[in-house]
Design a protein around this ligand. Structure first.
Ligand code: C2E
Ligand code: MG
Ligand code: MG
Length: 609
């Protein structure tokens, strides 16, 4: 059929119009979508999906212009130590943490409220109709959401918040002022270690004071206003001073003595800790050498290191240079670091290995308070754990702290680490720590931190304290002997386990040697099963000639021979066994046997022969 030209043209134009309409709708939709995306991106934070500062500010202004509003709280939240987490665990984990924190904060706001992330680790909330009276309950509920750790990539991360609050209308009538005041209240909370802080005008003066202190701290090094005190560390077995911790002080020209707890955080914030930290190491090493030169027994000088110093690329070189310059032998320098500094295990391990390579000692300060992941203790070349004073303070009357202190000591000794307790103030602390075999102690009971002269002056008196007030030396020695036997026993078991050997025990009852223990990989390789051995004598599970031969060796050990050795072969496995009698009151009460495999050695011997 032939379609007339005019109809064809008409059809074509209809089709063209429909197509153009269709394209137009698509383009409009795409443009709208693009506009929505742009709108979203300019008003939201892409990491958490929360409003950004700009959007928050607009919403807050429109809320404040709402005539029905009586009161409103603006809450500024900052995460404690987020920078450390980011620096040490990596940005991936930092980002995940921020997302999880946002989810928890979302739970804290009502339908009329708003939450925004305004950059880094800072969040803003506003809640209409929340006044000063009601605020404490609300703040506690926010803090409650953060009492549990965040679990991110197998890390348990605890994070605390610093919260600053301002109120409409008393602290300001517009959004900008309210945000600014909540921000400065948050800084005050952070500085003073409060959980939350309401804005009040005093803060302005305090901020100015902080700036003033910062400027003075910059000059403190040049003006020689910084100095070190030395607090003795005492061996709990002998009572002798084994070392000293160098602790910094600032003699401010107007304010007098300022404690490190006040100015070290500021020094860290401003980066001044780098020159100050280097000065501390040099001064402490020089002091240690000058005591040695004066004829004092060599002491281990401990120096605290800040996280900021740990990440200085040349820190190990700096320490090495100071050791060379002062001629202090490296084993007499100990670096104290805290657990949280090792959260980035890779960087931590690299640093510690390099430090260890210099021959200096490393101790983990404030142990128990940080991000306690115990597995790294095995990995890191650490010499000593320093139990935090918060556990020591109550260890004689708080059963939880008692258990923690005992557990730290037992675990440390298993890992062949020494333990020092800090904050030892009472004789009760001393006796408790001696009884549970803590190696060393430091605290006001022995001495407060002293000037170098006072340290020398009081040296002999300090060394009398354990002798005069501690448990008698013989008892202390006996406890250490018992511990040494226990360590030997554990090592034996570990060795057998490690070498995939076998350990067994037997007793003699009614003229029969009965096995009371049998464990280890080798048992199975020999075709035996522990349950077929325990409670039985050799004849029950070995071929008769083999069993009779064994019985003779067993008898020799039972008669008291110290180290009965024999070789054997069972189901193709060659082994060497050793028997050791265990005595009580001079009488043998059981025998411990260990077996290790020597099949390969035997084969090689044959080849060589
Ligand atoms: P830290 O390293 O844990 O030092 C122990 C703190 O406990 C010292 O406080 C010490 O005076 C105090 N202390 C010792 N025995 C007792 C006791 O029996 N009871 C009580 N209540 N306290 C006791 P200090 O000297 O105020 O130092 C505080 C913190 O400042 C140190 O804690 C350390 O983290 C830091 N610090 C001190 N000097 C330096 C330094 O040169 N560099 C760095 N980076 N940090 C330092
Ligand atoms: Mg310390
Ligand atoms: Mg400490």
């Amino acid at each position: 059929m032939k379609i007339p030209l005019s109809l064809s043209l008409l059809l074509l134009s209809v089709l063209l119009i429909s197509y153009l309409k269709y394209r137009y709708t698509i383009e409009i939709k795409a443009r709208r979508k693009a506009e929505e995306i742009i709108e979203y991106m300019t008003t939201h934070d892409t990491l958490t999906g929360l409003s950004n500062r700009y959007h928050f500010h607009n919403c807050l202004e429109s809320e404040l212009s709402n005539k029905s509003i009586n009161s409103l709280a603006v809450i500024f939240i900052d995460l404690d130590r987020f920078k450390t987490i980011n620096d040490t665990m990596g940005h991936g984990i930092g980002d995940r943490l921020l997302q999880e924190v946002s989810k928890r904060l979302m739970k804290c706001i009502s339908a009329e409220g708003k939450l925004a992330r305004i950059g880094g680790d800072e969040f803003l909330i506003y809640i209409p109709n929340l006044d000063r009276m009601k605020f404490p309950n609300y703040a506690e509920s926010i803090l409650g959401y953060f009492s549990k750790p965040f679990e991110i990539n197998e890390h348990e991360i605890y994070t605390t918040l610093n919260i600053g609050i301002s109120f409409y209308p008393s602290d300001g009538k517009d959004g900008e002022t309210l945000i600014k005041k909540a921000d400065s209240a948050m800084y005050q909370a952070k500085r003073e270690g409060n959980k939350y802080q309401l804005y009040h005008s005093m803060q302005v003066e305090q901020m100015a004071e902080k700036l003033d202190v910062e400027m003075n701290l910059r000059k403190a090094l040049e003006h020689e206003e910084l100095f070190l005190c030395y607090q003795p560390k005492v061996n709990l077995s002998s009572g002798k001073i084994t070392g000293a911790e160098a602790l910094i002080r600032w003699n401010h020209p107007e304010k007098g003595l300022i404690s490190p707890a006040e100015f070290i955080p500021l020094a860290e914030e401003t980066g001044l800790i780098i020159p100050i930290g280097e000065w501390v190491i040099r001064t402490a090493c020089m002091q240690s050498m000058s005591w040695q030169d004066a004829g004092m027994p060599p002491l281990v000088m401990s120096v605290n290191l800040s996280v900021r110093q740990l990440y200085e690329p040349n820190i190990v070189e700096v320490i090495k240079g100071i050791l060379e310059e002062t001629k202090l032998q490296p084993e007499y320098l100990e670096i104290e670091i805290t657990e949280s500094m090792l959260m980035d295990t890779e960087q931590g391990l690299k640093f510690l290995k390099e430090l260890k390579g210099l021959g200096v000692q490393i101790s983990l300060d404030d142990f128990g308070t940080g991000y306690s992941s115990l597995h790294y203790l095995k990995e890191f070349p650490i010499n000593k754990l320093k139990i935090d004073q918060s556990f020591v303070r109550n260890c004689t009357f708080d059963s939880n702290d008692e258990t923690i202190v005992k557990a730290i000591i037992a675990m440390a000794h298993q890992l062949k680490l020494e333990v020092i307790a800090e904050g030892v103030e009472l004789i009760e602390h001393l006796i408790f720590l001696q009884r549970i075999l803590c190696n060393e102690a430091q605290g006001y009971l022995f001495s407060k931190p002293l000037s170098a002269e006072e340290f020398v002056h009081k040296y002999e008196n300090i060394e009398q304290i354990v002798i005069n007030y501690g448990i008698p030396q013989e008892l202390s020695n006996q406890k250490w002997m018992e511990e040494a036997v226990e360590v030997d026993r554990r090592e034996l078991i570990d060795m057998v386990r490690h070498q995939q050997g076998m350990i067994f025990k037997f007793i003699k009852e009614d003229e029969k040697f009965i096995h009371t223990l049998c464990a280890g990989e080798l048992t199975y390789q020999m075709g035996l099963l522990p349950e077929k051995i325990i409670g039985r004598e050799p004849i029950d599970f070995l071929p008769i000639s083999n069993a009779l031969e064994k019985t003779k060796f067993y008898q020799r050990a039972w008669d008291g021979e110290e180290n009965v050795l024999y070789q054997g072969k069972l189901n193709g496995v060659h082994y060497i066994a050793s028997l050791r009698p265990i005595r009580k009151g001079g009488k043998v009460i059981e025998v411990i046997g260990t077996c290790i495999e020597i099949t390969k050695i035997n084969r090689n011997d044959k080849i060589l022969n």
